[in-house]
Design a protein around this ligand. Structure first.
Ligand code: C5P
Ligand code: MG
Length: 163
């Protein structure tokens, strides 16, 4: 079993289509012209965040727990994916303390700055930490990839030696 400070990193990207709602960090962004294609709700931020947690324990990625070809992965809420990852890590590695998440989301439009606080609050609530422990920056691709959304997440956590 692993104990001590651990750093994790996760990344995810999806194609944007005009037939889907835009879901970021468990928040549905109102009036978005497009949303992420994908077998689940396409929430790249929660996918990258869940991968950052798995990676911090060298536990592979969410595709191992939810194979994209598995019918149980279809239309899955990313909040369920994250909850399952947290439960899986606690049962394999015992208690751990998340110190902070540092996140970047790249998408040309819509403007996400006005939604930053509610996304931070939602991630904090889903991971049982304070909003001040979730930092998010938004970036455009400067028009280079206007049908594309990408998220990157770092996490710092500490795993307890006691199970
Ligand atoms: O990528 P760029 O440096 O051009 O982003 C400029 C500003 O626009 C940043 O302050 C960022 O927070 C904001 N932004 C945003 N929503 C996006 C992309 C960028 O609010 N989808
Ligand atoms: Mg820039």
């Amino acid at each position: 079993m692993i104990s001590g400070l651990r750093i994790g990193f996760g990344e995810d990207a999806h194609r944007l289509v005009d037939t889907r709602p835009l879901v970021i960090g468990g928040v549905i962004i109102p009036n978005s012209p497009h949303g992420a294609e994908g077998v689940s709700d396409g929430d790249v931020l929660l996918h990258a965040l869940a991968d950052s947690l798995l990676s911090s324990f060298s536990e592979g990625d969410i595709g191992d727990l939810f194979p994209p070809c598995d019918s149980n992965s279809t239309d899955l809420s990313s909040q369920t994916i994250l909850a399952t990852v947290l439960k899986y890590l606690r049962s394999n590695h015992g208690l751990f303390t998340i110190y902070n998440f540092s996140c970047t989301v790249t998408i040309d439009r819509p403007k996400l700055g006005p939604h930053r606080l509610i996304i931070r609050q939602q991630i904090a609530s889903l991971t049982n930490i304070n909003t001040s422990q979730v930092g998010i920056t938004f970036k455009t691709s400067e028009g280079l990839s206007s049908n594309y959304i990408q998220a990157k997440v770092s996490v710092l956590l500490e795993s307890s030696p006691d199970r």
